[in-house]
Design a protein around this ligand. Structure first.
Ligand SMILES: [Zn+2]
Length: 592
């Protein structure tokens, strides 16, 4: 505008008027070209966060092309050129996809992928620490989920906050306590709703504490934006303790564990402090009890160096629930009474997962954690009996309804003596077989998703969670130099941050074209344009092309603690120095 004003003020007269019109036309055309050049091509799909050093770096291009170049984002200068491979038909999306492989580019910097005839990709980085900020942001998402307190955090200049909520949790009417209160405050809101479910807490806490046990030195270096930061507990454990403090309130006097704390019906899209409907403990279930025992047994081990009293409390609670389960070996479904929010119940057709996988083996995880913490021969006997009963079978994918894979991983990686060598060998072999199947699945999927075409509810959570089995395989084969497991972990993050059909990041506030309308009550009610940051949305559901960035689409655009926890694990596995293996890229291309 400043240029136009100087021209129009310089001369007067008809001739000059024409020249001014020509100049304006030229500037308009020129500026359109500039905008065109600056806009990122949505046909070039890659990880818009970036790539760590020493890893495969690939992009998918949904257009006909031959060559590509990696150029500096600052000045467009080329640092790497190559030829694409393909195209290959993606049967899930019916796209013809070419692949650009620039794995050999190891020079840190900010780049774009330039594909002649197609355009330039979104900017991305190559650096050792590309996942540090996303890790911190996803953990900020966990903090912002806190219930029973006010929360506030500033992200990219915008403050996200709410007043104390649900401080009266919860009534005992449905669990035999009459119309009286018992403390059930704290914990994280479960998802897009504000209720709290023990079963989903199980896989969430289990996954996050696994991240701590596997990558503690790397996680410690990331300071989190939480009130306890810099206190006696490491920041990460302080955040998880907020959930555990609530989890501990879910145990009944006899050791059974209540299924949830919830309103009777889902509330409207209002801020949490505005939701003042009564909330209730709901009756116990065997799976809530097993998951409770697993969480508290694991916590007892991990928190002991920092908070002995809390560790003792967790262990006592774990043993009490373990004894209750031994006295009640049957599968006991929670009575949902008149509380019709999320069921998180197993073996009900049409429920959240819709999976019918028989009687779940969540007790296996509880036993594995309790044995790892205490070394009790009795618990080991129970654990190995259960493992033999299921023929050491490892599930290809798992979620809140059955976490036995967590137990098999713990058992397999344990340094404790006394295990049956035959069982150890079989579990190890089955874990590796599933990890190999995951690698194969990713190689066969057009966007290298390690969960492939299983477009179930929470697809992106499954993508992230698959990194757990891959990292176990990486550790079990440490001496064999098997780079494919870590490569598949990177593929999972590539998918989540933009190498996908949508050319978008699936995490609010992070990466290129992130979700703007998650199914999240706070994001819908706070009158702020941006959604609350740090949340992985569910993703394509039933088919690859079904995701919608639509608040009303709970099936594909909700957020949930179990999916975020899986992403916490995947990102922790890719923090700087998280790899101790001698990793070598497999590209044959040479940087210029
Ligand atoms: Zn709340």
């Amino acid at each position: 505008m400043a240029i136009l004003r100087s021209i129009s003020h310089s001369r007067t007269g008809r001739q000059y008027g024409k020249r001014i019109c020509l100049a304006i036309a030229f500037l308009i055309i020129f500026s359109i070209n500039l905008v065109g050049a600056a806009e990122e091509s949505l046909q070039i799909r890659l990880n818009t966060i970036g790539y760590p050093l020493n890893c495969e770096k690939k992009a998918s291009i949904a257009a006909a092309c031959t060559n590509f170049a990696v150029v500096r984002a600052a000045d467009g200068s080329s640092v790497f050129t190559g030829k694409v491979t393909g195209p290959i038909l993606d049967p899930d999306t019916q796209e013809q996809l070419c692949t650009a492989d620039f794995s050999a580019l190891e020079q840190p910097g900010e780049y774009q992928l330039d594909v002649p005839g197609v355009g330039r990709s979104a900017p991305f980085r190559i650096a050792a620490d590309v996942y540090r900020d996303p890790f911190s942001t996803v953990m900020l998402g966990m903090y912002l989920w806190r219930c029973g307190t006010a929360v506030s955090a500033t992200y990219h200049g915008q403050t996200f906050a709410h007043d104390p909520c649900h401080t009266n949790d919860a009534w005992l009417d449905f669990v035999g306590g009459g119309h009286t209160h018992k403390d059930g405050t704290k914990g994280w809101h479960d998802a897009g709703d504000y209720n709290k479910y023990t079963v989903n807490a199980g896989i969430t806490v289990g996954t996050m504490l696994c991240a701590w046990e596997d990558f503690e030195p790397q996680i410690r270096k990331v300071r989190l934006q939480i009130p306890e930061s810099g206190g006696a507990l490491p920041d990460f454990l302080a955040e998880v303790k907020w959930e555990l403090d609530w989890v501990l309130t879910m145990q009944a006097d006899d050791g059974s564990v209540y299924h949830k704390v919830s309103t009777k019906r889902f509330g409207p899209f209002i801020m949490p402090e505005k939701e003042t409907e009564d909330r209730y403990f709901t009756p116990w279930g065997s799976e809530a009890t097993a998951l409770f025992a697993g969480m508290t047994a694991q916590a007892a081990r991990i928190y002991r160096p920092y908070d002995r009293a809390f560790a003792d409390r967790c262990l006592k609670a774990a043993q009490k629930s373990y004894q209750f389960l031994k006295a009640h070996p049957e599968f006991h479904r929670s009575d949902r009474v008149d509380v019709r929010t999320g069921s998180y119940e197993i073996r009900e057709t049409g429920e959240i997962s819709g999976r019918l996988n028989g009687i779940p083996n969540n007790r296996l995880w509880a036993e594995a954690e309790l044995w790892e913490t205490t070394g009790s021969p009795d618990v080991l006997r129970d654990l190995e009996t259960r493992i033999r009963t299921i023929n050491s079978k490892v599930n290809f994918e798992f979620d809140w309804d059955e976490v036995k894979d967590l137990g098999l991983m713990r058992y397999s990686l344990s340094q404790r003596p006394g295990r049956d060598p035959g069982v150890v060998t079989l579990v190890r072999s089955n874990l590796l077989a599933v990890a190999d199947e995951t690698v194969r699945t990713g190689r066969q999927h057009a966007y290298a998703s390690p969960i492939g075409s299983l477009y179930n509810w929470g697809y992106n959570g499954f993508v992230a969670r698959q990194t757990m089995i891959l990292m176990v395989a990486d550790r079990l084969t440490r001496t064999e130099n098997r780079p494919e497991y870590r490569a598949a972990c990177q593929d999972a993050l590539n998918f989540i941050f933009g190498r996908n059909y949508y050319c978008r990041s699936f995490v609010t506030g992070v990466g290129f074209r992130p979700p703007m309308h998650p199914h999240d009550r706070r994001s819908g009610a706070d009158n702020i344009v941006d959604p609350w940051p740090g949340y992985l949305v569910s993703g394509p559901n039933s088919k690859a092309t079904s995701w919608k960035d639509d608040q009303g689409d709970a099936r594909s655009n909700e957020i949930a603690i179990n999916w975020n926890a899986a992403l916490v694990y995947a990102l922790a596995a890719s923090l700087p120095d998280a790899t101790k293996t001698n990793w070598r890229p497999v590209s044959t291309q040479v940087p210029r």
